[in-house]
Design a protein around this ligand. Structure first.
Ligand SMILES: Cc1cc2nc3c(=O)[nH]c(=O)nc-3n(C[C@H](O)[C@H](O)[C@H](O)COP(=O)(O)OP(=O)(O)OC[C@H]3O[C@@H](n4cnc5c(N)ncnc54)[C@H](O)[C@@H]3O)c2cc1C
Length: 857
């Protein structure tokens, strides 16, 4: 065993072996994997070995597509068979809602280059004759599905990594992790200590315990999972003989069942409602290659439905039931990346579908470690997406909810109840008493909309417009015509201070920093010139700034800020989280309302648009920004939680004469639509450049050197290939949700280079055969490819949208080729909503207050 290496990977399951292989492939060959026992000694050995590409998050879907595509390469390099069976599979819909869900998935697949197809139940039955088609209304066929040998595949990664020079040490538990002042990790094992620059936690079932070695409680939990194997079935043997084909994989949402052929019988697994965590607090170190006791009673309800849906299977004898544990994060997606607050400590764990996702996880993490950037959009699996509230008990409740809902439809307006409330503001009880429908915003209860008194504050979940529509409309109209108040505690807030704070922010941000008492809006870029943040910044003192940003990105942004902080202590950064809360008032009467609450001049002359002031509001010390996301005349008022009730009460009392209303997040998002304002993580993501994102007003290329300036200058000089645009959509009773394809009537005109830059990073090579790495490499790999229907082509994708109530239009934002971005012609675009193509038209100017007159006041 070497004593010094570049990186130690802890854990020899499929994920650890994939990370090791990808690190070695990226050129880090002085790397070592340390395994407690033998390879596959966690959940990898008893997996059912199924793989597929579909995932609710298109970015994770691309990563899964990469994983599947990798297996051939892996077999060739390692000489080890993965026993690949690429059978294809169908998802069966038993209800119109489920069919809508499949239509949505199919539509998303169009711009991801997936070859899915919507088919009838009888077409599905031809591929899987064991089913009874009368239980289903339709199905979706996906050719990129199948199964493999889990152990063979894990060993294939390991062998390939070893061929590239990586070392694998078996039967050697890692006991302790310490870090020297220079950042070097001491990996203390049973066989001695290895010193490493980087450590990767791929501990699978023990990832939590490995995290605890460095003081981190990772939100992962293992669940028991059962699948059964039947005796050989003559129907299957006959089918194979007759067609020369293996039976396909089948996913039955209603029965919460997946099934496929295994030898001459069937493998059938369930995600049962009555699910059971395994080792909820500590994973025993002596657990190894053993299985858990089967519990058929627990999966009986699923089996009952399954046997009705697939009568052929009901008659087969059960040969074996496998029950094994595997880990989940609260949302079912992996935890990948560097852990905020630590240096060079990485995780790749919580991977619940190691054989669909392991390759992509390995690629992303190795890109990140070697190049400083994952190379594609990994937000959906970034470990930074969880806050401190994702405790052991939170994780337990959320993982159980996620597991039991694995095959349930998640509607776009659906808020899930488990582990709530996690965090509340002092106004929580007041908002509930006001009949607010509350939503979860990064662990914080936030009012979404207000139901009329006497009615139940509850969403009717749907893909279509629902019971909130009318009430959100009322909130928007009252705010735009008079004045409204809403909670904004769910924004991220930071204070940056110290002598070098302005230089620090000028280096990180694309816009010039404001003068004292003024505010700017500014994106933040990575070295590749991609958008990694979008902030409101106020200069609050001589060497002091306040920053507001996206709540969900708090750890993501703190990680970046900390990585770039000067080491001499000349800049300090403080994340407030819920120690600072806020209220926003907006609408034409908001200025008169504020004037009643303060003892200073807040006329538009004295307190201008984009000004920042500290003042007492209703008697409470507050920071006030003259800006709101509604795009109207309005204010954001920030205070310590102890004052929030006082300020709210004062606002409501003083606002009575103006007819003030409470409005929720959904009204706020509706109002931002009619101003063409983007949102972080939808319109603005690390896959877009600032000019693509139509953020040019905030990019000052000529100011000092800032991170990403070189790439942004190039993007500007070359001209962006894509542009973020806003559309009016001729929708019926359903608005866009995001990820819908945008069609354009452009005949044969090919916008060849226009590709959705999810960038699933299949390795790419330049003309000399050298691998191209980093974000640019990723951008070429995924495409809006050749989807043509007569003169119509898919040219782009929707990022978000909804109904803009004040201007009474269904609106969408999305990306299209730059050449089309200013073409406001009728009849040029269509947007596919729930499988139906609806006419759409670009609107270059925002429909509400295009000149900004109202906003400036
Ligand atoms: C019944 C069942 C069916 C499944 N079916 C599928 C399927 O069809 N398709 C699919 O994609 N996935 C399936 N899975 C899930 C799949 O098994 C997991 O996604 C995958 O195994 C996760 O791999 P891993 O490498 O993250 O973790 P693990 O396989 O748990 O590996 C972790 C490794 O780390 C080692 N380790 C931990 N701590 C230390 C330490 N301190 N020192 C040294 N070594 C350490 C362990 O010994 C272990 O070998 C199934 C799982 C189960 C249980």
């Amino acid at each position: 065993m070497k004593s010094h290496v570049k990186a130690v990977v802890i854990g020899g399951g499929v994920v650890g072996c994939s990370v090791l292989y990808h690190l070695a492939r990226a050129g880090w060959t002085n790397v070592m994997l340390i395994e407690r026992s033998e390879l596959t000694s966690g959940s990898s050995w008893h997996a059912a070995g199924g793989f597929h590409t579909l995932n609710g998050d298109p970015n994770v879907a691309k990563l899964q597509a990469y994983t599947v595509q990798l297996y051939k390469e892996l077999e060739e390099i390692s000489g080890q068979s993965c026993s690949l069976h690429l059978t294809g599979g169908v998802m069966l819909a038993d209800s119109p809602e489920r069919m809508d869900f499949l239509r949505l998935a199919h539509a998303k697949g169009r711009y991801l280059g997936m070859d899915t197809e919507l088919i009838t139940p009888s077409e599905a039955k031809k591929m899987f004759p064991l089913m009874d088609e009368k239980h289903f209304v339709g199905a979706m066929w996906d050719p990129v599905e199948g199964h493999l040998d889990p152990s063979g595949t894990t060993h294939a990664y390991a062998k390939a990594a070893k061929k590239l020079g990586a070392e694998i040490v078996l039967r050697n538990p890692v006991k302790e992790l310490t870090q020297d002042p220079d950042g070097t990790w001491n990996v203390v094992t049973e066989q001695g200590t290895v010193r490493a620059e980087h450590v990767v936690n791929c501990g699978g079932l023990w990832a939590r315990e490995v995290g605890r070695m460095v003081g981190v409680e990772l939100p992962v939990l293992a669940m028991e999972h059962m699948y059964l194997l039947t005796e050989p079935m003559p129907e299957i043997e006959a089918f194979n003989k007759e067609t020369g084909r293996e039976m396909i994989g089948v996913l039955d949402f209603k029965g919460e069942i997946y099934t496929r052929q295994e030898r001459n019988g069937i493998l059938l697994g369930t995600y049962e409602k009555a699910c059971k965590p395994w080792s909820p607090v500590n994973t025993p170190w002596d657990f190894g290659h053993e299985l858990l006791a089967p519990d058929l009673d627990r999966i009986a309800p699923s089996l009952e439905i399954g046997f009705q849906h697939f009568p052929g299977i009901a008659n087969a004898g059960i040969k074996q039931v496998i029950n094994g544990p595997f880990t989940f994060a609260p949302d079912g997606n992996p935890l990948v990346g560097p852990v905020q607050g630590l240096t060079n400590f990485w995780v790749a764990c919580g991977v619940m579908a190691g054989f669909s996702q392991g390759g992509g996880v390995g690629l992303a993490l190795s890109n990140w470690m070697v190049d400083g950037d994952p190379g594609f959009d990994v937000w959906g699996m970034d470990v930074a997406r969880w806050g401190e509230w994702a405790s052991l008990r939170y994780t337990n409740a959320k993982v159980r909810e996620n597991y039991s809902r694995r095959f349930s439809i998640r509607f776009p307006n659906e808020e899930l109840p488990a582990a709530r409330p996690a965090q509340t503001t002092p106004l929580y009880d007041t908002m509930v008493a006001n009949n607010a429908v509350m939503g979860d915003s990064w662990g914080l209860e936030t009012p979404l909309w207000f139901a009329p008194k006497g009615t139940k504050p509850k969403d009717i979940v749907s893909f279509h417009r629902s019971n909130d529509f009318e009430h959100i409309g009322n909130e928007v109209r009252a705010t735009r015509d008079r004045v409204g108040v809403t909670e904004i505690a769910n924004f991220a807030k930071y204070e940056v201070s110290g002598l070098a704070s302005e230089d620090f922010l000028n280096r990180l941000m694309t816009n010039r920093m404001p003068k004292k008492g003024r505010i700017v809006l500014t994106p933040m870029l990575n070295e590749f010139g991609r958008l990694i943040g979008d902030f409101t910044i106020a200069k609050t003192g001589d060497d002091k700034f306040m920053i507001w940003g996206s709540s969900a990105a708090q750890k993501y942004h703190m990680r970046w800020f900390e990585q770039h902080l000067p080491t001499d202590g000349s800049v300090r950064i403080h994340r407030y989280d819920q120690t600072l809360v806020g209220l926003s008032i907006a609408g034409p009467k908001s200025q008169a309302l504020l004037a009643k609450l303060v003892d200073v001049d807040v006329s538009s002359k004295a307190f201008r648009f984009m000004d920042f002031r500290e003042m007492a509001v209703g008697g409470a010390p507050c920071m006030v920004n003259r800006i709101t996301y509604t795009g109207d005349l309005g204010y954001e008022i920030w205070m310590a939680p102890a004052y929030q009730r006082l300020v709210y009460k004062a606002i409501k009392e003083a606002g009575e004469e103006f007819g003030i209303v409470d409005f929720g997040m959904r009204a706020l998002l509706s109002m931002r639509l009619e101003k063409n304002f983007p949102t972080w993580f939808r319109e603005l993501r690390p896959i877009y450049g600032p000019f693509e994102g139509s953020m040019e007003r905030f990019i000052k290329l000529e100011k000092n050197d800032f991170i990403g300036r070189e790439a942004a200058t190039k993007e500007h000089a070359d001209g962006p290939k894509l542009r973020r645009v806003s559309f009016y959509v001729d929708a019926q009773d359903a608005d866009v949700m995001g990820d819908e394809p945008i069609w354009a009537k452009v005949g044969n005109k090919d916008f060849g280079t226009v590709e959705k830059p999810h960038g699933y990073g299949a390795p790419r090579f330049d003309d000399t055969g050298k691998e191209v790495r980093g974000s640019d490499a990723a951008r070429g790999a995924s495409a809006v490819r050749g989807i043509v229907d007569g003169d119509w082509r898919v040219v782009g994708w929707v990022t978000s949208g909804g109904y803009a109530h004040y201007v009474q239009k269904s609106m969408a934002q999305g990306y299209v080729p730059a050449a089309l971005a200013e073409n406001e012609a009728d009849g040029l675009f269509e947007i596919e909503i729930l499988g139906h193509r609806r006419p759409a038209r670009i609107n270059v100017e925002p429909p509400f207050d295009p000149s900004g007159e109202k906003m400036r006041g």
